[in-house]
Design a protein. Structure first.
Length: 384
């Protein structure tokens, strides 16, 4: 058996933020490892407006998370793993190996991401901590902002196959669709904060084009109003669309901004027809992975963070070009490419059926939280 490790995770619980969801899934996996002693230190939320929601996970999972003991004052752990934001890059006062888990989206670390307030190019070159980036795209952002290459490690996010899996049969899927009020529409799904980097405008343009060509289309968008005011961001996006495009989408958009359980989230994935993420900048993009796990064919931007884990057997990509912004770099999805990929995919019944089988098998073999924690523990033991 590998030598035991004492690990303290500093992060968030009980909010529908990707950092918190990853923290909790990693902790639930670590609780099953006999060679790990686990402690949790709750960090203040990034906003005072954020409030805990104890119904995101099952009652049993929530009770396990709440039972993780806090760090004793005199404990010197082997590893401290920080999974909150902004990034606290100083080494733990005990002198133990300290890892900072996070993402960059625009191929740089914005000043707002550094808790000390120092400019990234002053803070990052001399760090004594290790950075765990979720993708090679995210790692490039840390490196571009001055992080030493030997201090940056890529470990992906994952999914829980007990939560995200395909519908048991087509009858079950049809029941889910009926519960959502979906009939014979082609349902495009997107789950995100709806911030500008998520590329919602490209999705809406492509959907309007499909509607104009006679496709019975519904666009289902899941945001998170409690954290991001996603409803307001969607409204601003719609207001920026040309009037003729917006008119085609009237009564074709179904929006949900409520906090939902992981079981309810799975139902969205299982019932939709395509998951579309025409993103401009992402550090990882977990919904793409979860959609594949649920047997949902995926269409997403080429060239970004998802290049680490997508496969053509279940995902088709949108051509893009990289461009510079005032605060970094992003991808510009090609709208004509998106329209072509979407149109071709809708009519390709053979690919749809094969993608529904290929996606779950592909990601389950490579990207469960068990795989992720195996990589983390290997990394920790390398330095502890």
């Amino acid at each position: 058996m590998p030598f035991p490790l004492t690990i303290v995770i500093e992060g968030w619980h009980h909010i529908p933020h990707s950092y918190a969801m990853c923290t909790q899934q990693i902790e639930l996996e670590l609780l099953g490892r006999p060679d790990v002693r686990l402690f949790h230190t709750h960090q203040p939320y990034a906003s005072d407006a954020w409030k805990p929601d104890l119904k995101l996970f099952s009652q049993a999972e929530t009770e396990k998370l709440q039972a993780i003991p806090p760090r004793p004052p005199d404990l010197r752990p082997d590893v401290v793993l920080r999974m909150d934001w902004p990034f606290r890059l100083e080494r733990d006062p005990s002198g133990c190996e300290t890892f900072v888990w996070g993402t960059t989206e625009f191929l740089c670390v914005p000043p707002l991401f550094i808790a000390s307030g120092r400019p990234p190019r002053e803070e990052l070159p001399d760090i004594k901590t290790h950075i765990i980036a979720l993708s090679h795209w995210a790692a490039a952002g840390f490196l571009e902002s001055g992080s030493p290459a030997e201090r940056v490690h890529v470990v992906p996010a994952g999914f829980n196959p007990a939560i995200f899996y395909p519908p048991t049969n087509m009858f079950n899927r049809q029941q889910l669709r009926e519960s959502f009020g979906w009939n014979d529409e082609c349902v495009l799904l997107n789950i995100s904060a709806l911030s500008p980097n998520k590329g919602i405008q490209y999705l809406l343009y492509a959907a309007a084009h499909a509607i104009d060509r006679g496709v019975n289309m519904r666009v289902v968008i899941k945001g998170t109003d409690s954290l991001y005011s996603s409803n307001k961001m969607l409204q601003r996006c719609l207001e920026k669309l040309p009037r003729d495009v917006a008119e085609k989408l009237t009564d074709r958009i179904q929006y949900c901004g409520d906090n939902i359980t992981t079981d309810q989230l799975r139902a969205f994935y299982q019932a939709a027809d395509f998951y579309v993420s025409a993103y401009m900048a992402e550090g990882f993009n977990m919904p793409v992975l979860e959609a594949a796990a649920c047997g949902l064919p995926v269409i997403c931007t080429a060239g970004g963070s998802t290049e680490d884990f997508i496969d053509s057997s279940w995902c088709r990509t949108i051509q893009s070009r990289i461009f510079e912004e005032p605060d970094g770099c992003a991808l510009e999805p090609n709208i004509d490419s998106l329209i072509t990929v979407l149109t071709n995919s809708i009519s390709d019944r053979e690919w749809i059926q094969s993608a529904r089988l290929a996606g779950p098998a592909w990601v389950k073999e490579r990207y469960t939280w068990t795989h992720v924690v195996d990589q983390l523990l290997k990394l920790f033991r390398r330095f502890a």
